[in-house]
Design a protein around this ligand. Structure first.
Ligand code: OTD
Ligand code: ZN
Ligand code: ZN
Length: 351
């Protein structure tokens, strides 16, 4: 049926998980998120992480000033939790909408997480406060331990950290970010979607770990959590295909300069902002589930965050769309996900 669909009109989507970085990179990447999305949750893991209200206000201003196209884009800011975060700072920031949510990075789980949380019990008073005020906790869900296989870290996290956390704080609103496994899909579905939801990235929907090693090692497909086996990819694709309210769009676009990707210690992260929305469309089409595209892209996220669904709409048409090879940043470049490839769907011209 869906192969005959040539045009789709949906409420303008939001991206509930975005890394925009700072300075030169921010200036180059921001317009891609603004083009496709009305609002975005901005991740706080800068080199100097966003750990308090003042830093958040300054970063938000910088983001808005970097946007040179009039997209009416709204950045939704988050606070990077550390072992020293004060509940009062969060409470104040949340009441003034300086922060929409707070982000929990386990120590050394991803880029700029060396000041992340060592033990979740270090932030008990913060979590109590967040539960009381209804502030969402966004989690990078991996148990970081050299003795745990990198492919098992997400499932282990559910068992050892997330499930006990849910039991201790049943009314804490939690988003398990960028889920990658069938264990996560199953766990999320069992819980009330007002209190536990998950974002899913386009790359974890489109790829599995074979792709990372196909024809040689593919540094541009290295991200965290790492791509998993095809059975997990399949579970994610099925999870989004029936309009389940627990799941919504979070691209996890994470730009890095070429010199830092192609390095003896290459950085983790996939810059997918130029293609993320159209990649999701491709997956929904393949799953014969285009009728659920709008709930995933534009409804489930705002419902979870208690925000209005966007009034504006966008129209996506069946027309080839070529992803650029790279974006210049000073003397370096950033190479996007699907660099140089052509997708079947584009935004209608007027955008
Ligand atoms: N994963 N890279 C980054 C973040 C994400 O865990 C994530 O949210 C990054 O570079 O900030 C990545 O691979
Ligand atoms: Zn993460
Ligand atoms: Zn991320």
């Amino acid at each position: 049926m869906s192969k005959f669909i040539k045009k789709i009109k949906i409420k303008k989507p939001d991206d509930w998980h975005v890394h925009l970085r700072d300075d030169d990179i921010l200036k180059k990447v921001i317009k891609y998120t603004g083009k496709f999305y009305k609002r975005a949750i901005i991740m706080p893991n800068l080199d100097d992480p966003i750990t308090n209200c003042l830093k958040s206000i300054a970063y938000r201003d910088k983001i808005l000033k970097s946007m040179h196209v009039n997209y009416k884009f709204q950045p939704l800011m988050t606070c990077y939790l550390t072992n020293f975060t004060k509940p009062k700072e969060l409470e104040f920031g949340f009441s003034k909408k300086i922060f929409i949510a707070a982000k929990y990075y386990p120590n050394f789980c991803t880029t700029n997480s060396k000041t992340g949380i060592k033990k979740i019990s270090n932030i008990t008073s913060v979590l109590e406060c967040m539960e009381n005020i209804g502030m969402p906790l966004l989690i990078h869900g991996e148990e970081i331990n050299q003795n745990i296989d990198i492919y098992d870290r997400e499932a282990k996290f559910i068992e050892t950290t997330l499930d006990p956390l849910r039991k201790k704080f049943p009314k804490l609103k939690i988003v398990l970010e960028h889920i990658t496994t069938k264990e996560s899909v199953e766990y999320i579905k069992k819980n009330d979607f007002n209190y536990l939801a998950a974002t899913i990235t386009p790359h974890h929907l489109m790829l599995n770990r074979n792709d990372m090693f196909s024809g040689g090692i593919q540094p541009y497909l290295y991200c965290l959590p790492i791509l998993k086996k095809n059975i997990h990819q399949k579970a994610l694709r099925e999870a989004i295909s029936n309009g389940d309210k627990h799941f919504f769009l979070g691209s996890d676009t994470a730009p890095h300069l070429h010199k830092n990707k192609i390095n003896v210690l290459g950085c983790a992260g996939i810059f997918n902002a130029p293609s993320s929305l159209l990649s999701y469309v491709k997956v929904f089409e393949e799953m014969n589930a285009l009728k659920h595209l709008q709930s995933f892209c534009s409804e489930n996220g705002p419902k979870f965050y208690n925000m209005p669904i966007n009034k504006e709409t966008i129209t996506i048409v069946k027309k080839p769309y070529k992803i650029m090879k790279n974006i210049k940043v000073g003397r370096d470049t950033i190479v996007p996900f699907l660099s140089g490839e052509t997708l079947n769907w584009s935004l209608e011209n007027k955008y």
